[in-house]
Design a protein around this ligand. Structure first.
Ligand SMILES: [Zn+2]
Length: 468
């Protein structure tokens, strides 16, 4: 939602910082902003937004509301975005017409698509007035979060703590920091207000009710991506465009994830499965959602059309590479290059492959983190699997692999995942990268696997284990 105001009664009462004065630009404010010298600043106490101004005389031109979480006195409402599978899955269809499980008709897809931007009750519930979220962060917390950002390239970075210190804004804060760190705002002449608005929209389009696939996971993947972008081979070869793309892909790679997997969407005849013909359904949706937000924010509107198209295309190619079902395809391509020793990072196609592999690693790096972090992620992902399994049982659907809380445990899910998915990928990455970080990741992987194996051992745990 974007609302523009003329500003006869809202003079800026502090100078605009010099670094943003260099161009006609904008600044963002939070609910506590001291920028307003108006008679009743409380009127703005529940909003966030930004001010665009004329750089020559600092006259404010208009305010944009960015993230209005509650209905305010002047009647703003949050703009509901995105869909939810439980809203759109017609379980009656499954129960009463079992013989007609074919794809939904084109008309059905159109009808369902029209619901895509409808409000979902559980999401609205998340947006009920929650004053604690609107309160100004304690200065100590803000200070600690800032301190943590100085170590944003550390492999033991605690994203859960960072998320708490930023009041649930880890994705926005971290991504904005990295854009600043790489000078992408200056390089690509990005409008600060549009960038902030875009990042807030991304964060909001992740679903808080998902135990795993939420904005904290996206922030974690973005942080891991940053660690990989710091690796010597990448530092010396990647262009700014590659870095912009890598960060965008990491931040958006699971956008609007419904908290269930592709087989669930297929068997419940969800419109997304029909739309993407049962192939990389989620990844296609994440990509399209990301492109939608990019265009909606207007962040790149000033770039030449061919650059925007190229970025959108490459963003899709990166996000689609995170489809775990296609891991072997990417891995064998990567392995062949390593065997032949012919990776040439001056070649843009090769750099793109490396970015794909880096994003794949970042996406499933949880088992390669220090145990305390890794364990939390394992618990969260298992919780999400079991929630899906419970819904499947409730509706007499076949329970998907790893989703049955009666027959699976965190330990057996994790050891299988580590052995068959994570280890092969990170071994090849270590062959390519061969740095302290790549070796540390393999070391953590070994230790974490030993932890879970130990939990599965009937001698050490005679009662057996149940996932949370
Ligand atoms: Zn992911």
């Amino acid at each position: 939602m974007e609302v523009c105001y003329q500003l006869p009664v809202l003079p800026l009462d502090r100078p605009v910082p010099k670094h943003v004065l260099s161009r006609r630009g904008a600044i963002s404010f939070s609910s506590s902003s001291s920028l307003f010298g108006g008679p009743d600043p409380r009127k703005l106490s529940q909003r966030r937004g930004g001010i665009s101004y004329d750089s020559s005389d600092q006259t404010a031109l208009y305010i944009r509301m960015l993230d209005v979480r509650i209905r305010s006195r002047v009647g703003f409402e949050p703009e509901p975005r995105s869909s939810h599978p439980y809203l759109l899955v017609d379980f009656r269809l499954l129960h009463y017409r079992p013989g007609r499980a074919g794809p939904v008709s084109a008309r059905g897809v159109r009808r369902l698509l029209s619901f895509q931007r409808y409000r979902h009750p559980s999401r609205s519930a998340c947006r009920q007035p929650n004053r604690s979220q609107l309160c100004v962060l304690d200065q100590d917390y803000a200070g600690q979060a800032k301190c943590m950002l100085e170590r944003a390239g550390s492999w033991s970075f605690d994203i859960f703590l960072f998320d708490r210190l930023t009041n649930g804004n880890s994705l926005v804060t971290l991504t904005a920091h990295l854009f600043n760190h790489y000078g992408l705002i200056e390089l690509f002449q990005l409008d600060m207000v549009k960038l902030h608005r875009f990042l807030v929209m991304i964060q909001e389009d992740y679903r808080r009710q998902n135990p795993y696939h939420n904005a904290v996971h996206a922030a974690d993947v973005t942080q891991a991506m940053y660690c990989y972008l710091q690796e010597p081979k990448l530092v010396s070869s990647l262009t700014s465009f590659d870095i912009l793309l890598g960060l965008l892909a990491a931040a958006t790679h699971d956008l609007d994830h419904p908290g269930v997997n592709q087989p669930f969407l297929v068997k419940t005849q969800h419109y997304l499965a029909a739309l993407y013909q049962n192939s990389s359904v989620l990844e296609n949706h994440h990509w399209r959602s990301a492109v939608g937000l990019l265009r909606q924010s207007g962040l790149l509107d000033h770039l030449p059309a061919e650059d925007r198209q190229s970025l959108e295309r490459r963003l899709g190619s990166l996000i689609l590479a995170t489809d775990i079902n296609r891991q072997n395809e990417y891995l064998s391509q990567f392995r062949s290059h390593l065997d032949r020793g012919d990776l040439n990072l001056e070649n843009s196609a090769h750099r793109h492959l490396i970015l794909q592999m880096a994003l794949k690693c970042a996406d499933i790096c949880n088992p390669c983190r220090p145990w305390e972090l890794s364990k939390q992620w394992s618990e969260r992902v298992t919780q999400e699997f079991f929630q899906q399994g419970d819904v499947e049982k409730k509706h007499n659907l076949e329970v998907s692999p790893f989703c049955d809380s009666q027959s699976n445990t965190i330990a057996d899910i994790q050891t299988g995942f580590m052995s068959y998915v994570v280890e092969p990928l990170f071994s090849e990455w270590a062959r390519f990268s061969n740095t302290q970080l790549s070796r540390a990741m393999l070391r953590h992987l070994d230790l974490n696997k030993a932890h879970w194996t130990d939990e599965m051992d009937p001698k050490t745990h005679p009662q057996g284990n149940q996932g949370s």
